[in-house]
Design a protein. Structure first.
Length: 88
């Protein structure tokens, strides 16, 4: 889509200042009304089974990362104890 610039400022939707003025005129009530409409009609909510699958995936990934961090911690702890044992 090509945007056409008008020689007259404020004419058409291509002027940045006209778009800024439109967004400044929106009231708080209008903002919440549009937000609610978007949440109800435009957002795709996951099904219960999709939500459960995602939760299981997050738990498994968290456990794997925790195990990797624990192994790294134990490894570095043993390495540092060995190094300090050599020095003292």
């Amino acid at each position: 889509m090509v945007e056409h610039w008008s020689p007259k400022p404020g004419v058409g939707s291509s002027s940045l200042s006209s778009r800024a003025n439109i967004s400044n005129k929106m009231s708080i009530k209008g903002y919440f009304k549009e937000s609610f409409t978007e949440l109800v009609h435009k957002v795709t909510w996951p099904t219960w089974s999709e939500l459960q699958n995602s939760a299981v995936l997050v738990m498994v990934a968290t456990l794997l990362i925790a195990l990797v961090v624990a192994v790294m911690d134990l490894s570095f702890s043993n390495i540092m104890e060995f190094v300090y044992g050599l020095l003292y």
